[in-house]
Design a protein around this ligand. Structure first.
Ligand code: KG4
Ligand code: ZN
Length: 376
């Protein structure tokens, strides 16, 4: 590809051959507003120049979960100041942005519309192309920003609040679904069990913290579909089993439960057993996917990828089998703008970006990852 020297404010002509190329990424699919700036050098890996994040967790905690209308309104408040911060941190001006990328889906429609609206307005006013990115592709590629980036091909375990999928990844845009949850996602299993135990939203990290020092085998909890013979998951039964134990113990008053030291020790055991059941299934199914594909590399991405027990157990099981495990940096496991700018950069680098010449204001609240490269 012929290289040119970049000129600030150069209008988009349909030829993306100006290096270094700077991609602004905007994430607003759920309860985090993330903005980031990634630079694509003439050769080599994309570089994260700056990123900024605002989490809405405190705001939604009072309601025990994400309130979509509040999420959208907060994204509106945050996205422009975060964009300013990202540009200032990189000592660049908006005119230095070559491509504007945003999360096109999947996610909450209203929340997605905020990021899409701002991205579309920016691209239009700057005369630069707009690129809609699949949120899961962002998670999937996020380990490429780590100090130990993976190489293709690999098995990906995508574990977020809304998705649990195993994929074979042969390259950018080459994703084959191997298995997925038939009901709740792993993050949902954490969050719903934690809620039953009286823990704040989002339950995953809280349950994980409570579980420290607890006995993994104190409660007999189901590992659904462990022996299903395929690579699908099911977590809905786990939450029901947790509820059954809580009811059997007469623990319906969660505030009293958390405050009572005797009950507290048992609750710690229940949290440890719940976490162990989720992690056990995730590790065993990942190993089964590695065996089925014959691949020797696995990438873990999505919010649940921050779970310490999952990392420990997967590392241990894979080390014994000579398999390399890659994770995103801990702070890039949950939603962020860096993974969106990165996914856009990697799409551009591999010549697979469906850039809109005329920015189109568009979101896809439901969107299959296999369609992520389809033109707008
Ligand atoms: O990827 P993410 O930020 O959002 C979605 O795209 O869904 O993932 C959020 C999920 C939540 O369910 C949260 O409880 C879970 O990730 N999570 C964790 C941990 N940190 C976040 N689950 C278990 N252990 C953690 N340390
Ligand atoms: Zn996510």
């Amino acid at each position: 590809m012929m290289q040119q020297t970049r000129r600030a404010s150069q209008p988009y002509t349909g030829e993306m051959s100006v290096f270094p190329m700077r991609i602004l990424g905007i994430e607003s699919s759920c309860d985090e507003t993330g903005v980031a700036l990634v630079e694509l050098p003439p050769s080599g890996a994309p570089i994260l120049l700056s990123h900024a994040l605002h989490s809405q967790i405190d705001m939604h905690q009072a309601y025990g979960g994400v309130v979509p209308e509040l999420a959208s309104r907060d994204h509106i408040r945050r996205v422009v100041p975060l964009t300013r911060q990202v540009m200032a941190d990189a000592s660049l001006a908006l005119a230095d942005v070559d491509v504007v990328a945003y999360t096109r889906g999947p996610g909450l429609a209203g929340a997605l519309l905020v990021g899409a609206g701002v991205a579309c307005a920016l691209a239009t006013s700057l005369g630069k192309p707009l690129l809609g990115v699949h949120h899961l592709e962002g998670h999937l590629l996020s380990p490429f920003l780590s100090a130990d980036p993976p190489e293709f091909p690999f098995v990906a375990l995508l574990v977020s609040g809304g998705h649990t999928q195993l994929m074979r990844v042969d390259g950018v845009g080459r994703y084959e679904l191997l298995g997925e949850t038939v009901d709740d996602a792993a993050g949902e299993a954490f969050d719903k069990s934690a809620k039953l135990m009286g823990l704040p939203y989002p339950g995953g990290p809280h349950l994980s913290r409570l579980a420290q020092g607890g006995r993994d085998d104190a409660f007999d909890l189901p590992r659904p579909m462990l022996h299903s013979g395929n690579l699908d998951f099911s977590f809905a039964g786990l939450k029901t089993a947790v509820r059954t134990h809580l009811v059997r113990l007469g623990w319906l008053d969660q505030a009293a439960l958390l405050a009572d030291p005797v009950n507290h020790a048992t609750l710690v055991d229940l949290a440890a057993s719940t976490q162990a059941a989720i992690v056990d299934v995730l590790v065993k199914k990942s190993l089964a996917a590695l065996k089925a594909t014959g691949l020797k590399r696995v990438v873990v991405a999505g919010g649940v990828g921050a779970n310490r027990l999952l990392r420990e157990q997967l590392d241990r099981a894979c080390a014994r089998r000579g398999i390399r495990v890659h994770y995103p940096e801990l702070h890039l496991c949950t939603d962020n703008g860096a993974m969106i700018a990165l996914a856009a950069a990697m799409r551009l680098q591999s010549g697979q970006a469906a850039l809109s010449h005329e920015p189109v204001f568009d979101v896809k609240p439901r969107w299959d990852l296999s369609m992520a490269g389809a033109p707008t």
